[in-house]
Design a protein around this ligand. Structure first.
Ligand SMILES: C[S@@+](CC[C@H](N)C(=O)[O-])C[C@H]1O[C@@H](n2cnc3c(N)ncnc32)[C@H](O)[C@@H]1O
Length: 250
């Protein structure tokens, strides 16, 4: 066990858990703590898709502290009974966009959204598209188990159109759309609101922010006088020189 693991409060909570059951890949704790630590002790709203036995909702409640409000969402109606102080449960299908829109209205806004629900492609994409806008600027969206993008039984497959991983690859393009020279890639909602993505094994974390067009500036004094024209001339001369031996042999 390394130092980070030993001092990670989520890892400690999980190991000592005598509350409701939860299921976690051990390497997720480091990722959670890296991205969620700054929210601790603050008045935060956390939404998790995938309640199962209710254990992770209790973990979030304990980790984020007494000011936190935790919402769970699950398709299994039995989960409704897991409601408790500062934990509210909604029952519905995360692949159903009209349900997600109603949910958005009920919750208002959130600081953190975690998707640990059905892990099928359509569910993951619908939930991301409907719930990312719910986040406040500075908010965090975390999706788990994206390895299902490689599993046929979940609708996945390597480089298969429509998987969540392929969707993430397209978001890399969208983040760079400010610099696009193609009509097929233009600035959109994600260019303006997705500050960055962190891709880990099985987990992707999205940072939301108001993103404006990048500004490139120079400060300080130039070290060399050579401008672009001089540089071009020097490159032309060196390419001519490199062709000289070939000319000599003719
Ligand atoms: C992996 S478990 C969640 C585990 C829980 N977050 C934990 O850490 O202990 C997945 C949950 O997603 C729920 N689920 C499956 N399909 C769903 C859907 N379409 N909409 C919402 N929840 C769904 C299942 O009922 C199940 O409780």
């Amino acid at each position: 066990m390394d130092h980070r693991t030993a001092t990670n409060p989520l890892e400690q909570y999980f190991s000592a858990n005598r509350g409701r059951a939860m299921f976690k890949w051990r390497h997720y704790f480091d990722i959670y703590h890296r991205h969620f630590e700054t929210y601790r002790g603050r008045r935060v709203t956390v939404v998790e898709f995938g309640v199962a036995q209710g254990g992770s909702l209790q973990m979030w409640k304990s980790y984020f502290g007494p000011e936190a409000r935790v919402y769970g969402v699950d398709v299994d109606a039995r989960c409704k009974t897991l409601t408790e102080d500062r934990i509210e449960i909604f029952i519905g299908d995360q692949g159903d966009r009209s349900f997600l829109r109603q949910l958005r209205e009920r919750i208002g806004e959130a600081d953190i959204v975690i998707d640990d629900g059905g892990h099928r492609m359509g569910q993951q994409i619908a939930t991301f598209e409907e719930m990312f806008p719910l986040l406040v600027p500075g908010g965090t969206y975390l999706i788990e188990d994206v390895h299902t993008s490689y599993w046929r039984q979940f609708g996945g497959g390597y480089e298969k159109e429509g998987t969540f991983v392929e969707y993430v690859k397209r978001l890399i393009d969208q983040i760079h759309a400010w610099h696009s020279e193609s009509r097929d890639l233009e600035v959109d909602y994600y260019t303006r609101h997705l500050k960055g993505m962190h891709v880990y094994g099985s987990v992707v974390v999205f940072d939301k922010a108001e993103v404006s067009e990048p500004v490139h500036q120079r400060t300080g004094q130039r070290s060399f006088k050579r401008g672009r024209r001089l540089l071009r001339r020097a490159r032309r001369r060196s390419s001519l020189l490199s062709r000289l031996p070939a000319l000599r042999h003719r």
